[in-house]
Design a protein around this ligand. Structure first.
Ligand code: N01
Length: 863
């Protein structure tokens, strides 16, 4: 079916693909296998994509070649032998040419042809594509395989066009060898491209001046032959190795560590760092500690150890200092792998110009003027990067349904479903599009996954007599939210990186790739397909169907916790004896991160109705007196103690600037209803009376609690109102138990799989209260009188069996005229907010709680 490589362009095809790099070649291979008439367009003169254009000296891959290769055909793998751990651009290009030859792909590829516009024709259900040379082609499906880093950024420097010498752009390097011998050369930019080419250009040039705006973290690549251990693994179990890559976090099989950079002792930190440094691999240095991508302290340990390495190599201390990145966390801009990059600055003819100190004023006819100096050059190399991820897609005028262009739709950042499609643009696919793992992963693994998903999708559409597919607004919004949730728990948004679109003036600042991992992403895509293409509307001669929905609604870190808990196969608590359940919950509590430092922690007792009650006091590090919080722990009236919610109490103390008094109360089954409620009321009374002695401000008492603690906190407020004291300024109810009716919908939808189960809640109730007592407002505060209660902050979690009764309490308080701030913790579970420093996505909710409390506290008291 030779249609495209030569001769007249056919008027109609089944599929048009843009790009003949890794993505486009494999896409064509798969589509041919399905018998679909396909044409591929590429601006370039041959196959290769990024490896066709980026021919600058030193260009290499930064994922080992053992992994940076197709896996779809074992024979192709067996026949191709890489010469190096990190192959050079010519070798990778030769590989892609070999692939094109081997499968006779070129005959369906139009080289030197750019697609300039694409318009969706709803009547015909086809895309109409226009080429740069004025031809048109109509296709059912339009696939952008145009790469993430294929549109070089125009150097945004005054006077670039004025310069009379030789100008080179790393992303558009000439095919003929460039000879820098004897020349005065400038390199502008110190990203991966600059860092790769600088040592080689220095080897030729008479003088090299490097203009650096932002220093970059870089690790020695330690290039050499392909790593023997991986070559052996591939030789013994190729498919097992490839499958492990497909289900890995980054697309390369690697063991994830659970060593935290915060808690690991210094010797272990150094040992782990040194091993990663010696490995010379990106995923190794990005995975020294489990928490380096999310915790600034952990991250700084890695960053500083890299800075030490830079200082050890570069002889001039000032130059070394300028080469040390300091203003963004390690890994949040893509780190580089280098060969003698930092050593290059020890050469006498190489000079670093730190643009942070002396910015470029303009490019002149002869060279570059900085604020302090005029330089003359024979050649300037711009290694200034790309309009990444979205740039190549919106550079084509793509017009979808209703005449909206992709550029318009994405004006405030890309909006996609799975990074594969976007609403309003039916039958339009993007391979490794924004909001897919793409650039954060081994690209080849992600490309194969996308190509396979798209090919399987088209095959199923055809089998089911469907010919139109488009994501729904609901599914798309859910995916965009999930992407943002994933990025928000990391340090990545802190950097002005191309991941954030920050390198292109005017580009919206949005985190572009999906950071949840190749494994998690593949699972989501597979689930979508298995659930009848959930979130897609499908149409065709066979009719229409749509299983609408959102594929990932849980906060990503909470989902990881649940996966971990699930994988441990623990017996349900409700099957344990009470002593075993208590021992289990104490052991779990002992293994969690401690939470933030507070000023002081003190343990003491206060008088309760049936004997002393232990309490733990947390004092802020700031000068008192402080507002007071009487806090009651969770644990279903059966489990827990004054220190069982320790991380949460520390967090509350620091965030709200309050003295937190966490009080133990009597537990069931030894002391059943209403012992817990009576103790809580007595404790709050004592705390209010002793506010000044505790370091609190009299009259500024908040009564707070989580879960069953929220239950006794709510009841305490009712009892205090009825008894005419103590004075309570506000109440903070975190996922509280408010009612004994276990028939609300959240008990069904969230009754299993989210740690607190419906079965466990029943077990708690059975231990705590007789059936006859449960409707008593001292057990079910929702059934009490709510008027005249202190202002309340009520927090409910989306995936909590107790969600609906918490919602009902907030609504009933508001209806009774009580000022209420109701915070609905989206994507969270019953336990999320207590998992301080584990479920990082809980932090913004706790910040919101603090703001809400502040808001209530600043309102005049109603009591
Ligand atoms: O581009 P970059 P790149 N004045 O954007 C500077 C992949 N890749 O081509 O950081 C002065 O990273 C800019 O400074 P700043 C890899 O994913 C892989 O190097 O914006 N300077 C920065 O230093 C990589 O991340 C390999 O302050 C200006 C540099 O130019 C991605 O491609 C090899 C400037 C641009 O760095 C992009 O890398 C190469 C200005 N006006 C690339 N504008 C492999 O190893 C920009 N800069 C596989």
């Amino acid at each position: 079916m030779a249609i495209a490589g030569s001769g007249v362009l056919p008027a109609e095809v089944d599929v048009a693909v843009v790009g003949a790099g890794f993505s486009g070649l494999y896409m064509l291979y798969r589509l041919r296998g399905l018998g679909l008439r396909t044409v591929v367009f590429d601006d370039a003169g041959d196959v290769g994509g990024t490896w066709y254009w980026n021919r600058y000296p030193g260009a290499r891959c930064d994922v080992p070649t053992t992994d940076y290769a197709y896996s779809f055909d074992a024979r192709l793998e067996e026949d191709w032998v890489w010469s190096e751990k990190y192959a050079t651009q010519p070798e990778i290009l030769a590989y892609l040419r070999h692939v094109a030859d081997r499968y006779d792909l070129r005959r369906d590829i139009r080289f030197g042809t750019r697609i300039t516009a694409a318009v969706w024709d709803e009547g015909a259900r086809r895309w109409r594509l226009r080429t740069g040379d004025g031809n048109e082609v109509s296709c059912r499906y339009y696939i952008m395989a145009s790469g993430c880093l294929s549109l070089p950024k125009t150097p945004d420097i005054d006077g670039v066009d004025r310069y009379r010498g030789e100008v080179y752009l790393t992303g558009r390097w000439p095919h003929d060898r460039v000879d820098f011998s004897g020349k005065r050369v400038a390199v502008v930019g110190t990203g991966s491209s600059g860092i790769q080419c600088i040592p080689l250009i220095a080897g030729e040039a008479a003088r090299l001046t490097v203009f650096q705006r932002t220093p970059n973290f870089s690790v020695p690549a330690r290039n050499g032959p392909p790593p023997a251990d991986r070559v052996t693994q591939l030789a013994t179990d190729r498919e097992g190795y490839r499958e492990a890559a497909r289900w890995s976090r980054g697309g390369v099989p690697s063991e994830l560590t659970d060593v935290s950079g915060v808690t690991a002792p210094e010797f272990l930190r150094r040992e782990r760092f040194e091993a990663a440094w010696q490995a010379g691999e990106l995923f190794a240095i990005l995975g020294v500690f489990s928490d380096q991508g999310v915790n600034a302290v952990s991250n700084e340990h890695v960053a500083e150890m890299i800075r030490e390495k830079i200082r050890a190599v570069v002889s001039d201390a000032d130059v070394a200092d300028a080469l040390c990145p300091k203003d963004y966390p390690f890994g949040t801009k893509r780190p580089c792998l280098d060969s003698s990059y930092f050593e290059t600055f020890n050469l006498p003819h190489v000079r670093l110009v730190d643009l942070r100190r002396t910015p470029i004023v303009a490019v002149t006819e002869a060279g570059i003027d900085t604020a302090e100096e005029s330089f003359e050059f024979d050649a300037i190399v711009f290694a200034t990067g790309f309009d990444a991820m979205t740039g190549p897609l919106v550079s084509v005028a793509v017009t979808g349904t209703d005449g909206v262009t992709l550029e318009d739709k994405w004006r405030r950042g890309p909006v996609t479903y799975l990074g594969l499609m976007t609403t309003g643009f039916p039958n339009f696919f993007t391979i490794t599009g924004p909001q897919s793992p793409s650039v954060l992963s081994n690209m080849v693994v992600s490309i194969e996954q996308h190509v396979d998903w798209i090919a399987d999708c088209l095959q199923r559409l055809r089998a089911e007599s469907l010919d139109r597919i488009e994501p729904t607004p609901l599914a798309e919004a859910g995916w965009v939210q999930h992407n943002q949730d994933c990025a928000d728990i990391t340090l990545y948004p802190r950097a002005n990186s191309w991941y954030m679109g920050a390198n292109v003036p005017g580009k919206p600042r949005v985190f572009l790739p999906y950071i949840g991992g190749v494994d998690a992403y593949r699972r989501a895509c597979d689930e979508v397909a298995e659930q009848g293409f959930m979130g897609f509307r499908l149409d065709g001669p066979a009719g229409s169907r749509c299983n609408d929905g959102v594929i990932r609604r849980l906060q990503p870190d909470m989902a990881m916790v649940l996966d971990l808990v699930g994988s441990l196969g623990l017996p349900p608590i409700e099957t344990m004896s009470v002593p075993d359940a208590r021992a289990f919950s104490e052991a779990t509590a002992a293994s969690r991160p401690p939470g933030p430092e507070v000023g002081e922690i003190a343990d003491a007792v206060l008088p309760g109705p049936a004997g002393d009650l232990a309490y733990r006091l947390y004092r802020p590090p700031t000068q008192g007196p402080h507002p007071l919080i009487a806090y009651f722990h969770g644990g279903g009236w059966v489990l827990g103690s004054q220190d069982s919610d320790d991380p949460l109490c520390r967090d509350l103390c620091v965030r709200t600037g309050s003295v937190v008094v966490s009080v133990n109360y009597r537990h069931a089954p030894e002391d059943r209803f209403p012992a817990a409620a009576d103790d809580a009321f007595a404790a709050a009374t004592w705390i209010a009376a002793n506010a000044a002695a505790l370091g609190g401000i009299p009259g500024r008492l908040t009564v707070a609690g989580w879960s069953a603690g929220g239950n006794v906190a709510a009841i305490t407020c009712q009892l205090a109102r009825d008894a005419g004291g103590p004075e309570i300024a506000s109440q903070l109810l975190l996922a509280p138990v408010t009612d004994c009716d276990l028939g609300r919908p959240s008990y069904t939808s969230n009754g299993e799989g989210f740690i607190l189960t419906a079965g466990l809640m029943r077990w708690f109730w059975d231990h705590y209260a007789d059936e006859a007592d449960r409707a008593n407002p001292k057990a079910s505060p929702l059934r009490g009188t709510l008027a005249g209660l202190p202002p309340a902050v009520v927090v409910t979690a989306e995936f909590d069996p107790l969600r609906d009764e918490g919602d009902a309490y907030a609504e009933a308080l508001a209806a009774a005229g009580v000022p209420v701030r109701h915070i609905r913790a989206r994507g969270h579970t019953h336990t999320s907010l207590t998992m301080v420093d584990v479920v990082i996505s809980g932090a913004p909710v706790r910040a919101e709680i603090t703001d809400a409390l502040d808001g209530l506290r600043s309102e005049p008291s109603r009591n």
